[in-house]
Design a protein around this ligand. Structure first.
Ligand SMILES: Cc1ncc(COP(=O)(O)O)c(C=O)c1O
Length: 392
């Protein structure tokens, strides 16, 4: 059981807003904030380089914590500045695409990843193809199996999509690919911190996460997991003194730190380390259970409002709820709720282009629930959406 009262007492933001944008960026704990500012103060007071040694040790503790959360080894974790940075570093390190090769992606693939795939594919004369969905909208791993051939250069899955509420079966995709040698990338930006993760069970080669979302780390942090046996298939797009120290030539590191640079924000990474520590301390299964209870309750209550439609799919769902209010564009609704001290997100085609396009949806309002939320906050969101539904 999570002690929500004491967790909230350490989250200054909950006093100011009803926050339902944890998938955009969550609320830092006071402790995380203090660790970040403490490091910046030491850098200002005593010199940036001189304050490095203890901070660098804390970053290695953070790496070990991140590894435990994913059931990975610390040597398989690199810290980055965002989910996209992690993903882009791994993608750019794959062998160049060849004419006729294929990239297979789930329907809810993150728009930024799709842009990267399509730009690469177009330049090489390769293709980007969608993996079919099961009736509940989630990825059809059985159909994927029939798509596999020697031309497939990459299979990519967004585990918990930005919109649409569902959780894809990342393990089933991993099982479909087992023994094929085809690189398997999982975008877990919205999953890590709310869904228990085990990279061995998933069977992925690469997995990425954002620090600021469900992990409640600071903005400007992310992480990249690369399976040990896959590392040597990746050539980083660029190297530096940490990723490849020069000794009669570049000595590319044998671990995932080949994707890191010497210069990084130690303050942010120390804060990220504290957020990771808290996530481990609370326990992801307990976090998952609370988010499930709150978000299913919120879905049911929003669905009961005349003029509100829930646009979620999936038999297994996350804490991300996508909906529309009749007469309101998503951005307008987000602004109106913000005026009432309630934070939600507004998402358009660019976030999940294939899914939004296939379903012919306009933009969506997104309420993303965390374990930090309370029943009272849910009731406030529901009452305000109800009020707005009667205004137009
Ligand atoms: C599924 C998914 N992948 C990637 C991203 C991008 O993450 P970042 O902004 O950290 O690059 C997002 C952002 O919302 C996302 O929802």
């Amino acid at each position: 059981m999570l002690d929500i009262a004491s967790i909230r007492a350490d989250a200054p933001g909950v006093a100011n807003v009803r926050h339902f944008n944890h998938a955009g960026g969550s609320l830092l704990s006071a402790r995380t904030l203090k660790i970040i500012t403490g490091q910046l103060e030491r850098e200002a007071g005593f010199g940036a380089m001189e304050s490095q040694p203890p901070a660098a040790e804390a970053v290695e503790v953070a790496r070990a914590t991140a590894a435990r959360l994913l059931n990975a080894d610390a040597s398989e974790i690199a810290f980055t500045s965002s989910n996209s940075a992690a993903y882009g570093l791994a993608l750019a390190a794959l062998p160049p695409l060849q004419r006729g090769q294929r990239i297979l992606v789930g329907r809810q693939e993150w728009g930024g990843n799709l842009s990267s795939f399509e730009a690469k594919a177009e330049a090489a004369g390769a293709t980007v193809e969608q993996i079919p969905c099961l009736p509940d909208g989630s990825v059809d791993a059985g159909a994927l199996k029939h798509m596999l051939d020697s031309r497939v250069a990459l299979v990519a899955l967004t585990w918990a999509p930005a919109n649409g509420g569902l959780l894809n079966d990342a393990e089933a995709v991993g099982a479909a690919l087992a023994g094929s040698g085809i690189p398997y990338f999982v975008d877990a930006a919205q999953a890590i911190g709310q869904i228990p993760a085990d990279v061995h069970k998933i069977g992925c080669d690469v997995l990425t996460a954002a620090g600021r979302k469900y992990l409640r780390g600071p903005r400007g942090t992310g992480l990249l997991y690369v399976r040990q046996g896959f590392l040597d298939r990746l050539n980083p797009a660029y190297l530096d003194v940490i990723s490849a120290p020069w000794n009669k030539g570049p000595q590319v590191r044998p671990d995932a730190r080949r994707f890191e640079t010497a210069e990084r924000s130690l303050a942010l990474l120390m804060g990220f380390g504290e957020a990771l520590r808290q996530a481990e301390d609370y326990g992801i299964p307990a976090i998952r259970q609370r988010i499930q209870t709150l978000s299913e309750d919120l879905r049911t209550r929003l669905a009961g409002i005349e003029g509100v439609s829930i646009e979620d799919l999936g038999a297994i769902r996350t804490g991300i709820i996508s909906f529309q209010i009749r007469g309101w564009q998503a951005v307008e609704a987000m602004q109106e709720l913000a005026r009432r001290q309630i934070n939600v997100g507004a998402n358009g085609l660019a976030y999940t282009p294939f899914d939004i396009g296939a379903r012919g949806l306009p933009d969506l309002i997104r309420a993303s629930v965390s374990y930090l939320n309370t029943e009272e906050e849910l009731a406030e969101l529901v009452a305000n959406v109800h009020d707005m539904s009667r205004m137009r």
